[in-house]
Design a protein around this ligand. Structure first.
Ligand code: DGL
Length: 263
């Protein structure tokens, strides 16, 4: 029997499942283990040191479970911790960062919006990326304060969620953005509401598909890809409430297992 060698994925909570969906679509033969660290969400307001500590804890759990590669499905953890993770563990890491580059390349109004957590927008990695790519282009960066906890509670369509989004998107709309970058893996779940606020002339982009493509490329280059004949298993562990996780993944319920686990 072939050894179970899954792709490990972690996030501060349920948001990284938006990345998981892209990964399993592009790599259907690969097994996955997803850790939702909902007990410690949100990461966005924590210190870099604390984000590094939590990222190491999640990584070690995934390594203990036999993962061959780790996808950090959280912009906040990537921008604050991935360089340390790469130095500490020998397994390959894939990170997620706000997709500023494609937005900066495509904008016609020369104004792009970036909605992300405080931890991401204030990280060194983000400021380097932003400076490099948006030369000559104005990026209006707004902290999505309070959005992650609302998503963690499954309040995607809630009045409070809509009110906060209107408030955060308003300076971007005033600045005539034509691209909106979602710099947090939780936010793709808000796209239907965001679309109603920004209208059709603003293109919303997130990094999920790019992360899946990068995962595929790295697995191939390191000879770690699974042979197509294997039936994939998908295990989800949450140290918080599993109800929202089940709701967000209800379309996949036939092929996944969701369990509560203390980690
Ligand atoms: N999904 C995480 C991200 O991409 C949310 C961070 C948080 O927990 O504040 O940044």
């Amino acid at each position: 029997m072939k050894q179970f060698k899954p792709i490990g994925i972690f996030d501060s909570g349920v948001g990284g499942t938006s990345i998981w969906q892209e990964i399993q679509q592009l790599l259907p033969q690969e097994s996955t283990i997803y850790l939702a660290d909902s007990k410690n969400a949100p990461y966005g307001n924590k210190s870099a040191q604390e984000i590094i500590r939590l990222s190491k804890k999640n990584t070690e759990k995934l390594l203990e479970m036999g993962c061959k590669i780790i996808v950090v499905a959280c912009n906040t953890a990537t921008t604050n911790a991935i360089s340390i993770l790469r130095k500490t563990y020998s397994v390959p890491f894939i990170g997620i960062e706000p997709a500023i580059k494609p937005a900066a390349l495509k904008t016609k109004t020369k104004n792009i919006g970036v909605l992300a957590t405080k931890g991401t927008l204030s990280s060194n990695l983000f400021s380097k990326t932003a400076e490099f790519f948006s030369n000559g282009i104005k990026s209006i960066e707004v902290v999505g304060e309070g959005l992650v906890p609302l998503i963690e509670e499954g309040r995607l369509n809630d009045l409070k969620t809509k009110k906060l989004l209107k408030q955060y998107l308003s300076p971007m709309m005033k600045a005539n953005i034509d691209y909106l970058v979602l710099g947090c893996s939780h936010y793709p779940y808000l796209i239907p509401v965001i679309k109603k606020i920004v209208g059709n002339h603003v293109t919303i982009i997130d990094s999920g598909e790019a992360v899946a493509r990068q995962t595929k490329a790295v697995l191939k280059s390191l000879n770690l890809a699974t042979t197509p004949s294997i039936v994939a298993k998908h295990l989800f562990y949450s140290n918080g409430n599993t109800v929202i996780l089940k709701e967000l993944l209800k379309d996949y319920k036939e092929k996944i297992d969701i369990e509560k686990l203390d980690f």
